[in-house]
Design a binder for this molecule. Structure first.
Ligand code: SF4
Length: 908
């Protein structure tokens, strides 16, 4: 039934179709949102391409999950039974996170699969690394050669010279298990250019380092975001934010840029980047002054007594006195102060603050990337934002914000090798004592500084040359065979980093690989199965498959089976690696990929029982449905589990910060002014460049071969406010030269009121390139020439923009766009936050008209300057380096792939 009277009337009058009717008027099948899973192996629908003829096609619908962002939404691959090929992707209604819906990037997986330029076979470098020569080799050759190099490194006893560097993760525990089996502290990630700032802020409160907002049940949804709606958890969050709003929730968006979400908000607060903590503390003060805090939650679950003991030992240890003293502590955070710091009207501070203060336990907050990864001290943004949840008692509540780990399923693996017996100083250098993740963005600088080298370096779905700041320093490192003995790029598509590899190994897209996924995309807990759909189709058709590359296009493989094979070959029989790859079901035999998943799914709570009801085993259930809901909602787990912090409570007061040399941050404050704070800019001549937002239809570096997505978005102009445009004398389409600390780039201007005056914006998802000798991604890559000008100076110029070409896909000859944007990231200086370790994305820039020889798309960088600049930021961490009790970092805090405890202490 239609929900509303008007809708019902409109259906009766046939103004809109009646999608609820059980039978269509012409006696055909009922209109449905999704095909019934009972018919998934024999689904019939009309071929749209044959319209108006009614030609039926038969499909096998195989569930898998999207691989285009972290959310892992469910998808159904339509395998055409005539051709045996995947022809399209739709949403999987059985996936509890995405509930049948996808963003544009999900169905565009078909573009990625059918990309005529994708890597089909293992490739080995010919000639000098980076010159662009390649030859096709077999998987056997690749496995033998790479395993020999790893074996040689491991036999030296080194624990830090074989490294796996992951861009897009998405497999719970698989790679870590492999690295443990090899015995290396070899996990590196992209997290320090992504979420590490926010993780530090959350980690200080309760060890759990990500938030899980319950948007659908909130009274107030407070987002601190430069790309929330277009980035992580985009589709699952967007649908729940809308549900919450339809139920009356108010949406507050804090962002200097008018994002799509900000455009839908009740309150858009375009704060000056880095000032957000001032705003949150002003709101905290409002809550305290008005007595709107949740006394019970705070008394029970916050370590307020520890703060009184440490900071006010002579005061009575009562909750009332604590509130008074906290108000004294926060006395400077008035609405006037917040308005001045944020450069927004005081009325906005108060009006939105009223909504927050009155939200009670249904205050739902989120920050991801955005300000937390943009600014020096960005981690305080997450810490002060969470303070609002703590004060209102909206931690772990319905409509509030929970720790993400409550909603994330951790698989039980068939074998757990011992923790690494070493510590990798290139990943966790001693001066970054509180860095939540690996210092991956300064790896080239650490190597240049003589602090280590690598024997074997895997980049997995990871493209730092393009995605990271200061990409020329990455090229410099990757070209240096003394620094990186062997570089292997595991990737589904060509990319700027793969151009500088020794081996390029084709790994599958979403429907061509196995992975387990579980993310806190809602208040519940789910597990999903990314499966190679043609393998499952073969199984349904009764065909035996040993390895996934037998059914994938070309020789495209998957990491899972690759790691197993590689591990087996590394071990010459004396290294104890093979024992971690034995079947848990068949004594003395090697594990198969099906057994791996069978073991894990058999241990998912409730799954074997649900499977039995359908006459299936646990693996069979996941093959059929693709996902399973473990818990509906995961509220209030602290009442059973407590908080995993030293005090066992929410840590308003952090003894850890004091012990590690930062006493001024014992409790949440706004003590650090961002490097782009107006006081740190050179008057009106310097601007703040906001580069860390996404376009909704792009992924960092894997959507350039998705033609539908590229057609929608392929340029990244400079967003500039009309006032600034007038000051600079530029209008729409004019060129501007943007000078960073280490170089410059030339881009076109887009004049818009959607950006705060004094701030300019530029999405960092566009500006892909390839040199004349490189291949791939021609939908979105400019052809460029790179020139070494000497003395560390590197220049990149566009030779030609995007152009059509002839291929088996007629669309490649229909490309109408020519502009592939500008690679701005490569001109950014690295700016490692001394506390969180996270890269501070925002850049101080100077703007001018380009010179006569400076053209659109030109880029120039001085890598010597970038090294000197890195050292200045590195010095900030070194000056405060403190190791209480000899600890490298707090023993209680999280660390990816933690080594054995003895390595957590500085060597004597
Ligand atoms: S939000 Fe979009 S890109 Fe991300 S997993 Fe879902 S469908 Fe894929």
């Amino acid at each position: 039934m239609a929900d509303g009277f008007i809708e019902g009337l409109a259906q009766k009058l046939r103004i809109i179709p009646n999608l609820d009717r059980e039978h269509s008027n012409n006696g055909g099948d009922a209109l449905r949102k999704f095909p019934s899973s009972d018919n998934w192996h024999d689904h019939v629908e009309l071929d749209a391409n044959e319209w108006p003829k009614r030609v039926e096609r038969r499909y096998s619908l195989v569930p898998t999950t999207c691989f285009n962002c972290e959310s892992a939404c469910g998808m159904l691959a339509y395998v055409d039974k005539e051709s045996g090929q995947v022809t399209k992707f739709e949403g999987n209604p059985h996936h509890p996170g995405s509930r049948g819906r996808n963003c544009a990037k999900g169905p565009a997986t078909i573009n990625q699969i059918q990309d005529t330029e994708r890597i089909m076979h293992p490739m080995r470098r010919v000639g000098v690394r980076g010159e662009g020569g390649w030859e096709r080799i077999s998987w056997d050759e690749a496995l033998d050669e790479i395993s020999a190099k790893i074996r040689a490194s491991l036999k030296t006893g080194a624990k830090d010279r074989v490294v796996y560097h992951v861009g897009r993760p998405g497999h719970e525990g698989y790679a870590n298990r492999i690295l443990k089996a090899w015995g290396v502290d070899g996990h590196n990630s992209h997290t320090n250019i992504c979420s590490a700032g926010a993780r530090t802020g959350y980690g200080l409160w309760h060890k759990h380092d990500r938030p899980s907002p319950d948007h659908a049940n909130a009274k107030v949804i407070l987002l601190t975001s430069s790309h929330l709606e277009t980035g992580h958890y985009f589709n699952p969050h967007a649908q729940r934010i809308l549900e919450g709003m339809m139920d009356g929730a108010k949406l507050i968006v804090i962002d200097p840029r008018l994002s799509n979400t900000a455009a839908m908000a009740d309150h858009w607060l375009p704060t000056w980047p880095g000032s957000e903590s001032a705003l949150f503390l002003a709101w905290a003060k409002m809550i305290l002054e008005r007595g709107l805090y949740d006394r019970k939650f705070m008394e029970d679950w916050v370590n307020w007594e520890m703060w009184l003991d440490a900071a006010h030992p002579d005061e009575p240890c009562t909750f009332e006195r604590f509130i008074e003293l906290l108000l004294d502590e926060y006395s400077e955070y008035t609405p006037e102060f917040a308005a001045e710091e944020c450069r927004i009207p005081i009325e906005q501070v108060i009006e939105a603050g009223e909504a927050v203060a009155n939200a009670g336990s249904r205050l739902c907050t989120h920050v991801w990337r955005a300000a937390a990864i943009g600014n020096l001290g960005g981690w305080q943004v997450a810490r002060t934002l969470h303070l609002l949840n703590v004060l209102t008692g909206s931690v772990g509540t319905e409509g509030g914000t929970s720790p993400n780990s409550w909603s994330k399923f951790k698989p039980e693996l068939f074998d757990d090798p011992p923790d690494p017996d070493g510590w990798n100083d290139l990943h966790f250098p001693p001066e970054y004592t509180l860095s939540h993740y690996e210092m991956s963005h300064i790896l080239p600088h650490l190597v240049k500084d003589g602090r280590g080298t690598l024997d074997v370096y895997f980049t997995r779905v990871f493209n730092p040359v393009w995605t990271y700041p200061d990409g020329f320093s990455w090229i410099e490192m990757l070209e240096n065979e003394e620094a990186i003995g062997c570089h292997i790029a595991l990737t589904p598509t060509w990319n700027e980093t793969a151009f500088f590899a020794d081996y390029v190994l084709p790994m599958g897209h979403a429907s061509e690989r196995h992975d387990i996924n579980s993310y806190a995309t809602s208040a519940g807990k789910w597990v999903a199965f990314r499966q190679p759909v043609l393998r499952e189709y073969a199984r349904r058709e009764g065909r035996e498959v040993e390895f996934t590359h037998e059914v994938n296009p070309g020789e495209v493989w998957e990491e899972d089976e690759f790691w197993n094979e590689l591990s087996w070959r590394i071990d010459d029989g004396t290294m104890g690696i093979r024992e971690h790859f034995m079947s848990p079901y068949r004594e003395g035999e090697r594990i198969t990929i099906d057994e791996y998943y069978q073991y894990t799914f058999e241990r998912v709570p409730g799954l074997p029982e649900a499977a039995a009801e359908e006459g299936l085993d646990a693996l069979g259930y996941m093959r059929k449905h693709g996902a399973f809901l473990i818990e509906d909602a995961t509220y209030s787990k602290h009442e059973e589990e407590g908080w995993p912090t030293p005090s066992g409570k929410q840590e308003l007061y952090s003894q850890t910060m004091i012990e590690f040399g930062y006493p001024e941050h014992a409790i949440p404050h706004y003590r650090i002014r961002s490097h782009v704070h107006p006081d740190n800019l050179q008057g009106e001549d310097e601007y703040c460049l906001l580069p860390n937002f996404r376009l909704p239809q792009h992924i960092h570096s894997r959507s350039a071969n998705a033609k539908w997505l590229v057609e929608i978005g392929h340029r990244n102009p400079i967003w500039i406010h009309p006032k600034d445009a007038a000051k600079l004398g530029v209008s729409e389409g004019d060129l501007l030269k943007i000078e960073t600390e280490i170089g410059w780039f030339v881009d076109k201007v887009w004049v818009t009121e959607g950006i705060k005056p004094g701030v300019i914006g530029c999405s960092h998802h566009i500006g892909r390139w390839r040199r004349s000798q490189d291949r791939g991604n021609r939908f979105l890559t400019n052809e460029v020439a790179i020139e070494n000008l000497g003395g560390g100076r590197m220049r990149m110029r566009t030779v030609s923009g995007v152009e059509p070409w002839k291929s088996d896909d007629p669309d490649t000859n229909r490309i109408w766009w020519r502009d592939g944007g500008v690679h701005q990231n490569i001109t950014h200086a690295v700016q490692p936050d001394p506390i969180s370790g996270a890269h501070c994305w925002l850049q101080k820039v100077r703007l001018s008209r380009p010179g006569p020889d400076e053209k659109y798309g030109d880029v120039e960088v001085d890598t010597n300057k970038s090294f000197e600049y890195y050292k200045r930021w590195n010095e900030m961490a070194k000056q405060r380096e403190t190791h209480p009790r000899g600890e490298r970092r707090p023993l209680w805090m999280k660390r990816p792939l933690p080594p054995r405890k003895e390595h957590w202490f500085m060597p004597e």
